[in-house]
Design a protein around this ligand. Structure first.
Ligand code: CP
Ligand code: NVA
Length: 299
């Protein structure tokens, strides 16, 4: 069933029922179900930041769906040389069937969606990473089940913010621990509350992981924050997912990757049976394929 939304800029652009159906579809496509609707479709992919998973999963995904994906890096198109975003958006919309964009400023992906006459998918902004959330929720469904409790421990960043809202939509309980100066936007908890979640963030990682089935973290220094490295490393003391923090729990560990081993997570934790990270990475493609056919595929 096509989605009601024209664009996918954050996870709550879809309804909980649509999210549930997308995850069902993703699981079916992972099991081999195909869809012919994007056989002659082209996805334009704008990247202002580097990527491994997002680029490769969308490009491979479009190939699997019979369509084509076009990589548009900062040096490849006029956008990187001064052409206004709204002009780029209007022109791309005349050619391609959808645009996936990885940008710094979240307002830019909104501008893209406003001016491009085709669906726009957020492939990560400084505020949100909804495609990651789709993959995360699929992974939780497959492994621990949606009655799980997931603790977000670390930076209150793009990945965490979309995850907290998406988890609320899927009925997954969430606890959140971040340093005081690096918390999530309070709006995130208001949006989660709209789906019945009562998330009280804390600054205590041990409190957050108490009773959690999964502990989820991400890098402390996101792309574009390199200047904050020293102050963030100091602020995140005690937030590392390591054997000490996880002692006494058999919680699984999630990470959107790329991981900075020795910072937010230790090598031994990432290499242990706790880690769900490779499933998360694989599930990016299956979840996005479901999204692509429902958002771009029409009736
Ligand atoms: N998780 C994720 O989005 O990874 P990339 O930065 O490699 O795309
Ligand atoms: N928070 C990280 C996620 C990378 C996928 C970043 O924005 O760099």
């Amino acid at each position: 069933m096509p989605l009601a939304t024209d664009d996918f800029l954050d996870i709550d652009d879809v309804t909980p029922a649509e999210l549930d159906a997308l995850l069902d579809r993703a699981a079916a496509m992972k099991a081999g179900e195909t869809d012919p609707r994007l056989g002659d479709a082209t996805l334009g992919m704008i990247f202002e930041k580097p990527s491994t998973r997002t680029r490769v999963s969308f490009e491979t995904g479009m190939t699997r769906l019979g369509g084509h994906a076009m990589f548009l890096g900062p040096d490849d198109i006029q956008l990187g040389h001064g052409e206004p975003l709204k002009d780029t958006a209007r022109v791309l919309g005349r050619y391609v069937d959808g645009v996936m964009a990885r940008l710094f400023d979240h307002e830019d992906v909104e501008t893209l969606a406003e001016y491009a006459d085709c669906p726009v998918i957020n492939g990560l902004t400084d505020e949100a990473h909804p495609c990651q959330t789709l993959a995360d929720l699929l992974t939780i469904r497959e492994t621990v089940g949606e009655d799980a409790t997931v603790a977000w421990v670390g930076d209150g960043n793009n990945v965490g913010q979309s995850f907290v809202v998406g988890a609320a939509m899927a009925g997954v309980d969430v606890s959140v621990a971040t340093p005081a100066d690096y918390g999530m936007d309070p709006d995130v908890f208001d949006r989660a509350a709209e789906f019945g979640a009562d998330v009280e963030p804390t600054t205590d990682p041990e409190a957050a992981i108490d009773g959690a089935d999964v502990v989820y973290t991400d890098v402390w220094i996101s792309m574009g924050q390199e200047d904050l490295r020293e102050e963030k490393l100091a602020a995140f003391d005690g937030f590392q997912l390591n054997a000490d923090l996880l002692a006494g729990t058999d919680a699984k560990v999630m990470h959107c990757l790329p991981a900075h081993r020795g910072e937010e997570v230790t090598d031994d934790v990432l290499e242990s049976d706790r880690a769900l990270v490779w499933d998360q990475a694989e599930n990016r493609m299956h979840a996005q394929n479901a999204l692509l056919v429902e958002l771009l595929g029409g009736e």
